[in-house]
Design a protein around this ligand. Structure first.
Ligand code: TXA
Ligand code: MG
Length: 332
């Protein structure tokens, strides 16, 4: 039996991501059912989970994160039966996308049933649902035997966690437990697509690209540009979101020679610079897997500024480009 560690009253369990210990999942699942908050790994980022059918448990998520109540949550399910209870309509396009990409990093917005508490959807008539692939996430949902509402397990407006230690830094002492299942494989949050309107619309780009979606269901719109609070199809569209505390800017490669002083440069291609350079790969999936951990680490150090060299603005990089733009947005 794995002996849990305790940090400021937050229990930390370490689980093998491929073959998670069933007895621990049963225990954590029971805690979720009982209304506790448990952070757990998914293939995208760590989530902060609560029983999605229990509005009091869901309310604790907003408090622990400092999340505004107008920002709705994603509900994580395993299997068709659990999903059917939550959505009032399951259009053909939803079925096709779920067949193609579930379990995986795609979130579908659909009309909700009355079973879904209002605070999960921020009072709206639609619910965001996703079936995750990570074996720990799946084991936890199955053990709890309830759908799990889970935003990313960070304080509101900070960057998402891709390792358990990132969750610990942000939420230790504020939540019941953290399941440490190692690094998240996709590294950025799921693609969110709204299927509740006439034309499918991407609200948040992510690991499943527009092209991949269009291959399955035909034309898909993308929400572009920044939106303002109060008029958000998806509050994750706020210009500033997912930011390190250290001032972070994005610059074209041509600006490299002017970058000096106590700065650190994050680049997708090798560069020569008077500052420390973190060389990330030019492969978008690998870059996505690593970028948040790099930003978390650099944020622990006393740099005056983090300078990110702008990666290509091509479809393959859309999810990354979106997150970097938000991370480097100046002002609120
Ligand atoms: O990969 C992910 O999606 C991770 C893991 C844990 O699953 N979760 C995640 O959750 O990123 P969160 O809360 O950080 O982001 C959820 C996004 C937000 O932008 C939220 O506004 C949007 O989904 N969203 C949730 N419900 C919605 C709804 N009914 N309509 C429109 N947007 C919604
Ligand atoms: Mg988030």
């Amino acid at each position: 039996m794995n002996v849990p560690e305790e940090q400021e009253n937050t229990i930390i369990w370490t689980l093998d991501p491929e073959t998670p210990e069933a007895s621990l999942l049963v225990e954590a699942g029971r805690l979720i059912r009982d209304g506790q908050l448990i952070a757990f790994p998914t293939e995208t980022v760590y989530g902060l989970g609560a029983n999605a059918l229990d509005s009091a448990a869901v309310a604790k998520i907003f408090i622990a994160k400092g999340r505004p109540s107008y920002n709705p949550l994603i509900v994580h399910v395993v299997g068709a039966a659990m999903r059917q209870e939550l959505v009032a309509d399951w259009p053909e396009k939803a079925a096709k996308l779920a067949d193609a990409f579930w379990p995986g990093p795609l979130t579908l917005i659909l009309p909700k049933t009355s079973l879904v508490p209002d605070n999960v959807t921020a009072g709206g008539h639609t619910v965001a649902i996703r079936e995750p692939a990570n074996p720990i996430a799946r084991g936890l949902i199955s053990a709890a035997n309830v759908p799990i509402a889970a935003p990313s397990a960070n304080r509101s407006n900070e960057i998402s966690p891709t390792l358990a230690k990132h969750v610990r830094r942000g939420l230790s002492g504020r939540i019941h437990g953290i399941i440490d299942g190692g690094a998240c494989s996709a590294g950025i949050e799921s693609t969110v697509i709204d299927l509740s309107g006439a034309t499918p619309r991407i609200l948040r780009p992510g690991p499943i690209s527009q092209h991949m979606l269009e291959e399955i269901i035909g034309p898909v719109e993308t929400t572009s540009g920044h939106l303002v609070p109060g008029h958000l199809p998806s509050p994750g569209m706020l210009a500033k979101h997912y930011s390190p505390r250290t001032q972070t800017v994005m610059r074209p490669l041509s600006a490299i020679t002017g970058i000096t002083g106590n700065r650190v440069v994050v680049s997708h291609i090798p560069v020569q610079c008077a500052c420390r350079v973190i060389d990330l790969t030019d492969h978008p999936a690998e870059y996505a897997r690593r970028i948040y951990a790099v930003l978390h680490e650099l944020d622990q150090q006393a740099y005056e500024q983090i300078v990110i060299i702008e990666p290509p603005n091509t479809p393959d990089w859309a999810g990354i480009h979106d997150r970097l733009t938000r991370a480097s947005h100046q002002g609120e």
